[in-house]
Design a protein around this ligand. Sequence first.
Ligand code: CS2
Ligand code: MG
Length: 403
Amino acid sequence: MARITSARVIVTCPGRNFVTLKIETDEGVYGIGDATLNGRELAVASYLEDHVIPCLIGRDAHRIEDIWQYLYKGAYWRRGPVTMSAIAAVDMALWDIKGKLAGLPVYQLLGGAAREGCMVYGHANGSDIAETIERAHEYLEQGYKAVRLQSGVPGLAATYGVSGERFYYEPAKGSLPDETLWSTSKYMRHVPELFARGRDALGWDIHLLHDVHHRLTPIEAGRLGKDLEPYRLFWLEDATPAENQAGFRLIRQHTTTPLAVGEIFSSVWDAKQLIEEQLIDYIRATVVHAGGITHLRRIAALADLYQVRTGCHGATDLSPVSMAAALNFGLSVPNFGIQEYMRHTAETDEVFPHAYSLSNGLMHPGDKPGLGVDIDEALAAKYEYKRAYLPVNRLEDGTMWSW
Ligand code: CS2
Ligand code: MG
């Protein structure tokens, strides 16, 4: 028995906000979990502090599944990003504790390594195609095997995924949401040229990915997928909003470009039809927003039945705690596809010392017991929370659209 004696939420902002749960036990061992929900961080912090932590004290930290079911079924109000991010943080922390007490890295508890390392993709972005391709070359030089291309769209002042910084991308800024304008027609004309020139410049030995970021209708997504077929993308991500899972049938009818979706999913129910009808090729659900390692394993197991592979979200707003948990999961899961790695800034990495490493385009969680990550609370305390919102997006006529 490893009795939970206390738990606390640590909110820190080393360049961007992160929410971390720390659970302590009477074995003198603690575990940590990521609870960061970009733009809604304090909602999860409160859910944990006001509603979850009181129910954890005195429980056996070893009983990961029972605690997961208790927090999921016991809330009555099931699912959703706030609830499932809070449950995820508890879950990650409990796996961390179990690994530390067993003296093993968590991937060993999940069945051991199923591969040498997790292939990751980086984010090449630029104000135009030439700059994007220049950034992509830098990833190739660092040994990446996969890179996402996102570039500015002629005629649009801003668009998703273009940060202006070389390796970092942080969309959550300002104390109120920035407003951006969108034009599907300008975008649809531009993207095929991005990949035609991308393939010319980068060749065929690198996987190329693209994130549409929920902005097309299904038929538009089918058109874009078809236009991109000559460039053999590894995946086209979030081609259309996925609340209507059946909408992906229309995309599938028009294109063989592989589809990825799910970074905003919070449970297997969000993906069940997409997976069972093989409407997607990669599931992007993540350890922090989809209920932790325990639930992500269930999603991956369902996906495996239908030859759908994992492609977990890994943007900078998922803390190094999530990255460590995702790599332990990714190293052991049979149907691993790829792991997003947007890398964190040096100040973030200092707050969250970790064992994971990148070499030649593959990442490994390291072999420290537990998740292989920690939080420097004294340093974390120096970075005050600063409210920040993700942007909102409108069509050029002012209609609200997906960002
Ligand atoms: C993006 C994210 O990484 C991705 O695929 O969709 O950058 C996303 O915009 C952010 O994580 C939102 O917080
Ligand atoms: Mg995305």
